[in-house]
Design a binder for this molecule. Sequence first.
Ligand code: NAD
Ligand code: UFG
Length: 336
Amino acid sequence: MSILVTGGAGFIGSHTCVELINAGYEPIILDNFSNSKRESINRIKEITGKEIRFIECDIRDRKGLDKVFAENDIEAVIHFAGLKCVSESVNEPLMYYDNNIGGTVTLCKAMEAAGCKRMVFSSSATVYGSENPSPMREDMPEGKTTNPYGTTKLYIERILKDLFASDNSWSVCLLRYFNPIGAHKSGKIGEDPKGIPNNLVPYVSQVAVGKLDHLNVCGNDYPTPDGTGVRDYIHVVDLALGHIKAVEKVLKETGCNTYNLGTGKGYSVLDVVKAFEKASGREVKYVIAPRRPGDIAICYSDPSKAKRELGWEATRGIEEMCEDSWRWQSQNPNGY
Ligand code: NAD
Ligand code: UFG
C-alpha cells in the first residue's frame, strides 16, 4: 500500500522512508527540494535496495496534488513538508505562513477530494511554549509561541483538529517532536543544513569536522545544573519508527490524537558537547555567548502516552545519537 510522504527527501522524511520500506510499505516521496537534495533519494535506494517513487511537486500546487492522488492508490499521508528555520521565520513570516499553513490547507483539500483522510503530521514541542514545566504532557495547554515557525505548527494542529471535529471520518496523528539528531547507521543519510547550521548538533558536528572554528554556547546562566539549555534529544531512527506506529494507528481507526515523540531525558548543551567529543574523538571548542532570544531553559517530554497508545518508545541513547551523527558528518563532510 502506498503512503505519500511530503517532504520525504528531507532529514526526518528520508529516515522515515527507509523504515517504511523496511516495514513493507511503499512510500511515494513528494518534495519541492527547497531544503533537500535529490541525492538523498538515491541514498534511500542504496540503503534499502528498493526503488522508490518520487514526485517533484509543491504542496501548494493543488493541480499537481490532484494528479498525484488520481494516479496512485494512496492510503495515508505523512506530512513533513514545511520550512523549519526559526530565525528565517522571524524575517519572512509570510513565506512561513504561506508555505506551512497554506500548503497544509491545500494538501488537506486535495486529500479530502480524493477521499484519503488519514494523516500523520510533523508538529513540534515548540507548541508547549515557555509556560509549561517539563516534562511536557500532551494534556497541558498549548503555550505562547515565540516565532512564526512555532505559530505555524500551533495553527496547523488547530486546523487539523477542526477538520476532524467537522468530519469524524478523518484519522489524524499530531506528532510533537522534541530534538531529532543522529543519522542512519549506514552514514548514507543525515541532516544536511544549508549554510551555517542553526541547531546545536549540526553545528557541533561541523566544529568537530573542522568546518567551523568553535561553538557558541547560547547562555550559561539558565536555571539548569550547568547553566546551559536542556533538551530532549531523540535519535532520528527512533523518531522514524514512531511514524510507522502512527501510520498503523491512522490506518486502523479514525480520530485525532496528539503524541510526544521524545525520550523523556534532558541533556544540557555541555552534556552534548562532551558526548560528541567522546563519539568523534575530536575536540569541540566552545565559547560562552549570550542567550539566544526565544530560547527556554528546559524542554523535555513525558513520552508515556506514545508508549501506552502506540506501543512506541525510544531506545537509542545520547552516545549512539552522537556516534551516528558523527559517522554521517565525517563520511559526508560537505553533505550530499
Ligand atoms: P527538512 O527541511 O530536512 O525537510 C522538510 C522537507 O520538506 C524538505 O525536503 C523540503 O524540501 C520540503 N518542503 C518544504 N516546503 C515544501 C513545499 N511547499 N512543498 C513540497 N516540499 C516542501 O526538515 P526536517 O528536519 O526533516 O523536518 C521535517 C518536518 O518536521 C518539518 O515540518 C519540521 O518543521 C518538523 N520538525 C522538525 C524538527 C527538527 O528539529 N528537525 C523539530 C520539530 C518538527
Ligand atoms: N544552542 C547553542 N548554540 C548553538 C545552537 C544551539 O548553545 O549554536 C543551544 C540552544 O540555546 C538550546 C540547545 O542548544 O539550548 C538546542 O538548540 P537547537 O537550536 O538545536 O534546538 P531548539 O530546542 O532550540 O529547537 C528545536 C528545533 C525547533 C523546534 C524545537 C522543539 O530547531 O524547530 O526544537 O521541537 F521547534
